[in-house]
Design a protein around this ligand. Structure first.
Ligand code: FAD
Length: 474
């Protein structure tokens, strides 16, 4: 216990003790540390699955802090007001936090910084979420990168900050301010009956994330480049969920991945390249935040995508399109809160091309259902597939879900894992879907297989006709 004024460590999406610059700075100040999580309007507006996953992450992290002799203080409200209240209650002299890069967070944080500084409180924001702060990477001409490969070449040899150790015990303040009860926040309320199912598939916390990274680098990275496109295989790190909530730092993934590369792990460089796709997504979002809301390429603003939730779009959301790859992927998403990267590309192509539906509809569905939801990677992923984004796949590249299945799931292992219909003894994964799905969808194990919602040829032809007409009219 100490009688000195505490420093507030405002925890956001950085639920870890290791390699956390904001925490290290708070500890190095020598003052007692007050870890605080604020459920503000931006968190209240999270989609069902991210909010639920945040709740699980907070519960886990509170236990981790307790083991380090500390406590997680939970407060709900406008972040500035909550911080001001806490400062008044505890006499805290400083606030530290990890930076976020989406426009809403930047506006909120800038205002808080200014107001608290005017009150005489020391305020410091820190990196830690990204390997490279977005404003530190510039083209030779001084602008942002719009294409991935030159971005990769610009950063691949840069120095990446070394890992910071976790502090030992966190010095506790003399007395703890009151905390709200996490259970009262009802973080899983919007999950309806699916929450218990999804929880079984979550990997929670820093220790589990680090163990997974080690296992992946030991067992799978060698074949990563060759196997990462096969959705039935456990060939990727699966760490996006932990990265999203800051339970692991990209720096740890980078340093351990680089060490694996130096040991000769063939796939390790490719793994580093994927981590840099995430950096690229943040670079784009920071420099051109319109990627979150509008077609990034101006000429795509007028593209005649439908923005209606038609019965076909509902069938897509519910894994009922009649196409195995799409339906398996959409069910995997609903049950686990995650989806394999190739499957994300296929379902996004199906929605934006075969169903001629705006990428924003798909992006919003993912924002509601992914436990690894990340604003930058989600927006880039959707606009990349739709053809409207920077460095995007051309629109005329229409994935054929049946052909993709032959190529990437030749034995039907992925579809078998997620689609119960047509199987005598479906696996638990496939049955879990019926427990996760809302009752209002009216789905049940044993129902007949879904009929195709569109013919692949007709859907493709319609999309390509719209594309050619749009080009002619530009
Ligand atoms: P690994 O293959 O192990 O890769 C390691 C890390 O690199 C990942 O954890 C991730 O942080 C990063 N990474 C890999 N691929 C990409 C990529 N294409 N773009 C950006 N970063 C990447 N990723 C999210 O984290 N959140 C999202 O909301 C999200 N939405 C997406 C939407 C669409 C339409 C598409 C096509 C992709 C989206 N992605 C998103 C990117 C990618 O699908 C996931 O990051 C990846 O599937 C995570 O699995 P993993 O951790 O096993 O990845």
């Amino acid at each position: 216990m100490s009688s000195r004024a505490p420093v507030i460590w405002w925890i956001r999406r950085d639920l870890r003790l290791c390699d956390n610059p904001a925490l290290t700075a708070a500890v190095n100040s020598g003052a007692p540390v007050l870890p605080v999580y604020i459920l503000d309007e931006q968190d209240e507006a999270l989609g069902a699955a991210p909010k639920f996953r945040l709740g699980l992450g907070l519960e886990h992290f509170a236990q981790q802090l307790a083991k380090a002799g500390s406590r997680l203080i939970l407060r709900r409200g406008k972040a500035l007001e909550v911080l001001q209240d806490l400062i008044a209650e505890t006499g805290a002299g400083a606030v530290h936090w990890s930076r976020h890069y989406d426009p809403q967070a930047i506006t909120r944080d800038s205002e808080i910084k200014q107001q608290l500084k005017e009150q005489g409180v020391e305020v410091k924001s820190h990196g830690g979420r990204l390997l490279f702060e977005p404003w530190t990477v510039e083209t030779k001409a001084g602008g942002m990168y719009k294409v991935y490969t030159p971005f990769w070449k610009a950063v691949r040899s840069r120095d990446v900050d070394s890992l910071l150790p976790a502090p030992g015990n966190l010095a506790a303040p003399d007395s703890w301010p009151a905390s709200e009860d996490l259970a009262d926040w009802h973080m899983g309320a919007a999950m309806r009956r699916g929450a218990d199912v999804v929880a079984r598939y979550c990997r929670l916390g820093e220790a589990a994330a680090q163990a997974r990274l080690e296992a992946f680098l030991e067992d799978s990275v060698e074949d990563y480049k060759a196997r990462r496109d096969y959705p039935a295989e456990d060939a990727t790190s699966g760490l996006s969920e932990n990265l999203a909530w800051g339970e692991i730092s990209p720096h740890r993934m980078w340093h351990q991945g680089s060490a694996a590369m130096e040991r000769g792990g063939k796939g390790a460089e490719h793994f580093l390249k994927e981590i840099v796709w995430r950096e690229f997504a943040y670079h784009l979002m920071y420099n051109s935040p319109r990627i979150l809301t509008k077609s990034w390429r101006e000429e795509w603003q007028e593209f005649p995508w439908s923005e209606k939730i038609t019965p076909q779009v509902q069938a897509w959301q519910r894994g009922q399109t009649g196409y195995g790859f799409v339906d398996a992927a959409m069910r995997e998403l609903y049950v686990t809160g995650k989806m394999h990267n190739r499957a994300r590309m296929i379902v996004a192509s199906f929605l934006t091309k075969h169903l001629m539906t705006h990428w924003k509809i798909g992006m919003d569905w993912f924002a509601d259902t992914l436990v690894d939801w990340d604003p930058a990677s989600n927006a880039l992923g959707w606009q990349w597939v739709a053809g409207s984004g920077p460095d995007a796949a051309p629109f005329f590249r229409v994935f054929n879900p049946s052909g993709q299945l032959d190529k990437f799931d030749p034995e039907g292992a992925y579809t078998g894992r997620w689609i119960a219909e047509g199987q005598d003894k479906p696996p638990q994964t496939a049955l879990d879907f019926f427990d996760a799905a809302p009752l209002s969808w009216g789905l049940a194990a044993g129902m007949p297989p879904a009929e195709p919602v569109v013919s692949l040829q007709a859907g493709r032809d319609r999309a390509l006709t719209a594309y050619h007409e749009a080009r002619e009219n530009r």
